[in-house]
Design a protein around this ligand. Structure first.
Ligand code: ATP
Length: 351
C-alpha cells in the first residue's frame, strides 16, 4: 500500500505536438478510492499508464511513498490492473484464474484458497469456481478479471481502466457498489478511470476531473457538485450540468443580455468586468416572479421535471418539483447563495 505522489509530472508523446498531460503536482493518499474522470482524449489513460509503469513520463517524478518509481517498469511496481476487456486464461478454471496472481507471489495454498473464495463471493462467482473459464459469458469473464485484480491485498495500488464498459447495465450497478464495499474492507489505494460520472461519483471518495491534459479539480463528489472550481467541472458533472451565463458585472450587480439584472451573493467582493455566472438547475426553478423566460420543453425525470428554457436568448435548465404546475407566465427564480462567479473559466475567490 502506498501514497502516490506526482511532482511536476508531465508527458508529451514524441511527435504528439504538445502536452498530453500538462505539468502537475498531486497526491493520492494511501488507501484512498480515487477516480480519474473526463471525456475521451483528456489524458486519463496517459496518467494511469504512468502510474502503472507502462509509460515513462517525459518530465517529473512519480513517488510511491518515499520511493521514486519513475524509472521502474510495471513488474517492479507492485500494482494490480484491471482493463476494459477480460484478461482470462480460458484453459483454467475460475478458481485457478483467481488464484494465479497469488500463486505467482508464492502465497501458501491455504491462505490463497480463503482469499479466492472471499473474492468469488463478493463478485458472485462462487458457483462457477470449478468451471473452466472458457464456458463463461463476457460478463462473468470480466468479473474474473476484476477478481484477479482484487485478490492480492499486498499491492501498492489497484488500477481500473474503464472496467465496467463491457458489463451489462443492470449488473454494472451492482458491481459498482461491490467494488466500493471491497474498498472499505481492504483499504488499498484504488484508482478508477472512467468517462462516466455516475461510475466515478459512486466509486470514489475523491474524483480528479480532467480536461485537455489537466486535472482541473480534485475533490469529493459533494465539492464537485456544490463548488465546481472550473466551468468545465460545473458543466461536465450533473445532469443536466451547470448553467453558465456570460455577463458584465459591476459591484454586486450582474447584467445579463436583454437588460436583466442578477444580484451576486454577498460572499463575493465587489467585482468589475466580464465574468460567467454559474448555477445548477437544482437551484433554479420556475415561479410567478423572477426573470422572464420562455419554456422550450419539459423533460419528465420521475421525481422531478427539467424545464428547458430560454433566458436572454440563451438555453437554460431549471427544475420543476414534482406536482408543481407550470406557471402561466413563467419566471425564473434563482437561489442567490448558489450562484458562482467564474473569470476565465476559474471560480473567483470569495466563496
Ligand atoms: P480515452 O478515454 O479515449 O482513452 P483518454 O482520456 O484516456 O481518452 P489519452 O488516451 O490519455 O486520453 O490521450 C490523451 C492525448 O494524448 C490525446 O490527445 C491522444 O490523442 C494523445 N495520445 C495518446 N496516446 C498517444 C500516442 N501513443 N502517441 C501520440 N499521442 C497520443
Amino acid at each position: 500500500m502506498a501514497r502516490i505522489g506526482f511532482e511536476r509530472l508531465a508527458h508529451a508523446y514524441p511527435g504528439g505536438g504538445g502536452y498530453a498531460l500538462k505539468p502537475m503536482d498531486m497526491v493520492w493518499e494511501d488507501a484512498g478510492a480515487y477516480a480519474l474522470l473526463g471525456p475521451s482524449g483528456c489524458g486519463k489513460t496517459t496518467l494511469l499508464n504512468i502510474v502503472s509503469g507502462l509509460l515513462r513520463p517525459s518530465e517529473g517524478r512519480v513517488l510511491f511513498g518515499a520511493a521514486d518509481v519513475t524509472a521502474l517498469p510495471t513488474e517492479r511496481r507492485n500494482v494490480a490492473q484491471v482493463f476494459q476487456f477480460p484478461v482470462v486464461y480460458d484453459t483454467m478454471t475460475v478458481r485457478e484464474n483467481l488464484a494465479f496472481p497469488l500463486r505467482n507471489r508464492g502465497v501458501p495454498a491455504a491462505a490463497a484458497r480463503g482469499r479466492v473464495e472471499y473474492v468469488a463471493r463478493l463478485l458472485g462467482l462462487t458457483r462457477d469456481l470449478d468451471r473452466p473459464a472458457r464456458n463463461l459469458g463476457a460478463d462473468e469473464k470480466q468479473k474474473i478479471s476484476l477478481g484477479r485484480g482484487l485478490v492480492r491485498n499486498d499491492v501498492a495500488a489497484i488500477l481500473f481502466d474503464e472496467p465496467l464498459t463491457v458489463i451489462d447495465p443492470n449488473l454494472k450497478w451492482e458491481l459498482r457498489s461491490r467494488l466500493k464495499e471491497l474498498h472499505r474492507e481492504v483499504p488499498v489505494t484504488m484508482i478508477y478511470v472512467t468517462h462516466d460520472q455516475t461510475e466515478a461519483l459512486t466509486f470514489a471518495d475523491r474524483v480528479a476531473v480532467m480536461s485537455e491534459g489537466e486535472v482541473v479539480q480534485m475533490g469529493t463528489p459533494e465539492a464537485l457538485f456544490e463548488r465546481p472550481a472550473h466551468t468545465f467541472v460545473g458543466h461536465f458533472i450533473g445532469s443536466p450540468g451547470m448553467n453558465l451565463l456570460p455577463c458584465a458585472v459591476e459591484g454586486r450587480q450582474a447584467l445579463l443580455p436583454g437588460g436583466l439584472h442578477v444580484t451576486l451573493p454577498h460572499a463575493y467582493p465587489a467585482l468589475s468586468g466580464q465574468v460567467e455566472l454559474g448555477i445548477r438547475p437544482e437551484f433554479a426553478t420556475l415561479a410567478d416572479e423572477g426573470l422572464p423566460v420562455t419554456i422550450r420543453r419539459l423533460e419528465d425525470l420521475g421525481r422531478r421535471r427539467i424545464a428547458r428554457l430560454e433566458l436572454a436568448g440563451r438555453p437554460f435548465a431549471a427544475t420543476l418539483p414534482e406536482g408543481m404546475p407550470v406557471p402561466a407566465e413563467p419566471r425564473l427564480l434563482l437561489q442567490p447563495a448558489q450562484l458562482h462567479v467564474y473569470a476565465g473559466g476559474r471560480l473567483m475567490p470569495g466563496e
